[in-house]
Design a binder for this molecule. Structure first.
Ligand SMILES: [Zn+2]
Length: 97
């Protein structure tokens, strides 16, 4: 059974074609999905690191030992802070608190 696909671009009906016979628009849902996946991949790879990311990595890989230690401390404090806040959030959410 041949399915017909209507081109979303020029409204031409195509017989089970992957591409529109008139304007070349992709009609196959499989190819469309593949292309979308490809674009997503490209966008993820080309996403530039933010200034904050650059700042952090420069700090972490600093040639100064003091700065690297400071980084570990700040990192540790922020992790501890997150743990404490989520603990209090858990306390607040618990029915016995
Ligand atoms: Zn078309």
């Amino acid at each position: 059974m041949a399915t017909e696909r209507k081109c979303p671009n020029c409204a031409t009906w195509n017989k089970d074609e992957d591409y529109c016979t008139k304007c070349g628009t992709v009609l196959s849902p499989q190819i469309i999905e593949e292309k979308r996946e490809e674009e997503r991949e490209v966008r993820r790879k080309s996403k530039p690191p933010t200034k904050f990311d650059l700042f952090l990595s420069r700090w972490e890989n600093s040639k100064y030992l003091g700065l690297r230690i400071l980084y570990k401390i700040v990192y540790g404090v922020s992790v501890a802070f997150f743990a404490i806040t989520s603990f209090f959030a858990w306390l607040a959410a618990s029915p016995n608190g």
